[in-house]
Design a protein around this ligand. Structure first.
Ligand code: UD1
Ligand code: UDP
Length: 360
């Protein structure tokens, strides 16, 4: 069996990490990097830190509007698929690279495996929600991290080819968590003590492109840093650009460039609280049993909220500050599998890939 895997953005490099190790034992894999993320600290650093294989194709698409970026990817991926003639295409998560990979494959009648299928925010204004819904409806093997994901798919009439395998990001944390403790120097470099700082990340379109939400979130973080404890914020380039464009600066915050995966895990491990609008970081907070405040109005990772590890604070300054005051650990534990999601994906692939019909 030959698989073409399409990745392009930071969280996809991380999700791909455990899966390629398992998949390459059972299939030939060709890796396509769309180039959606291209700064060294958004891309190369993950290939090094996570021991990822070099991409076989780098499309160099870069940034652009949704249509332009997705269209360029679609064109480039189609060329690769026509040349490589794979039996399957694998895509990850919910970015424009995911959508382009799935669309290119579907048009050529190549079956699709979707890693992290079935997640929903039920907010179609999020570009990620559109990407997920379309990708799931085009996919033949849907690898779900949670029970909620299975139910979401069921509600949309997708039952065939659906497998609950657990969360590949949990696999990754189990694999790299100890390595982060051994190798990362970030806490020493930043002179941060255990449980003596908050960690924050902001990058969602809904928070960065809306200047009111953006400012109000940063005001809350700045107040926490001034009155409560240091706040460390590795800043996504999208948010850095918005901060510069609005002429904002927050003297109390410790704003960093995006950090490596091992440094990020280390920062998460010892944070007292995490404030974020990232999907992956919400879960990682729970994996390290750090309370999380999500700076959004909804989440796909509903079980982190149901078990009390995560609260939704939106973007309102006062609301975020109140949530910060009330923050506590969860009462129960969400089920993200047992750290063998990637192995299960490879097993299901071997058993099912020849049996699932190529067109839904
Ligand atoms: C994308 C995904 C989002 C995911 C996030 C992970 C889509 C629609 N969104 O959002 O789901 O959570 O990646 O980080 O696919 N930029 C740089 N250097 C880079 C990459 C981006 O400067 O290496 C800047 C550019 O100004 C670009 C902006 O960030 O226009 C946004 O990048 P883009 O990839 O379009 O979306 P993300 O916000 O990164
Ligand atoms: N991450 C990282 N360095 C950073 C910020 C995030 O390595 O400076 C990692 C984080 O640990 C998680 C993943 O990137 O594994 C989350 O990606 P991101 O927040 O960009 O996207 P999302 O998960 O929201 O799609």
């Amino acid at each position: 069996m030959k698989v073409v895997t399409v990745v392009g953005a930071r969280p996809q490099f991380i999700k791909f990490g455990p899966v390629f190790r398992a998949l390459r034992k059972v299939a030939v894999e060709i890796l396509v990097h769309t180039g959606q993320h291209y700064d060294a600290n958004m891309s190369d650093i993950f290939f090094r830190d996570l021991d990822l294989p070099e991409p076989d194709y780098h499309l160099g698409v870069g940034s652009g509007s949704h249509g332009a970026q997705t269209g360029e990817m679609l064109k480039g991926i189609e060329v690769v698929l026509l040349k490589e003639k794979p039996d399957y295409v694998f895509v990850y998560g919910d970015t424009n690279s995911t959508l382009a990979g799935a669309l290119a494959a579907a048009k050529l009648h190549i079956p699709i495996g979707h890693v992290e299928a079935g997640l929903r925010s039920f907010n179609r204004k999020m570009p990620e929600e559109v990407n997920r819904v379309v990708t799931d409806h085009l996919s033949n093997l849907l690898f779900c991290p949670t029970e909620a994901a299975i139910q979401n798919l069921e509600r949309e009439g997708i039952q065939e080819g659906v497998y609950r395998v657990g969360d590949v990001m949990f696999d990754s944390v189990l694999y790299f968590g100890e390595r982060a403790k051994e190798r990362s120097e970030i806490l020493n470099e930043l002179k941060l003590g255990p449980k003596a700082y908050a960690l924050a990340t902001i990058h969602r379109a809904e928070n960065t492109d809306d200047s009111e939400r953006f400012q109000s979130i940063f005001e809350a973080l700045d107040t926490i840093a001034e009155k409560e404890l240091p706040v460390v914020i590795p800043l996504h380039p999208r948010s850095r650009k918005q901060m510069n464009a609005l002429g904002l600066s927050f003297p109390n915050l410790r704003v960093l460039e995006p950090v490596s995966y091992l440094d990020m895990l280390r920062l998460e491990q010892e944070a007292r609280v995490i404030l974020t609008d990232s999907g992956g970081v919400q879960k990682e907070a729970y994996f390290f049993q750090v309370p999380c405040i999500t700076l959004r109005d909804e989440t796909e990772w509903v079980e982190t909220v149901e078990t009390g590890w995560n609260v939704l604070a939106g973007a309102n300054t006062q609301n975020i500050l109140q949530r910060f005051k009330d923050v506590k650990k969860g009462a129960r534990f969400p089920d993200y599998g047992t750290g063998d999601a990637a192995q299960k994906i490879a097993q299901v692939f071997v058993q099912q890939s020849s049996m699932v019909p190529t067109v839904r």
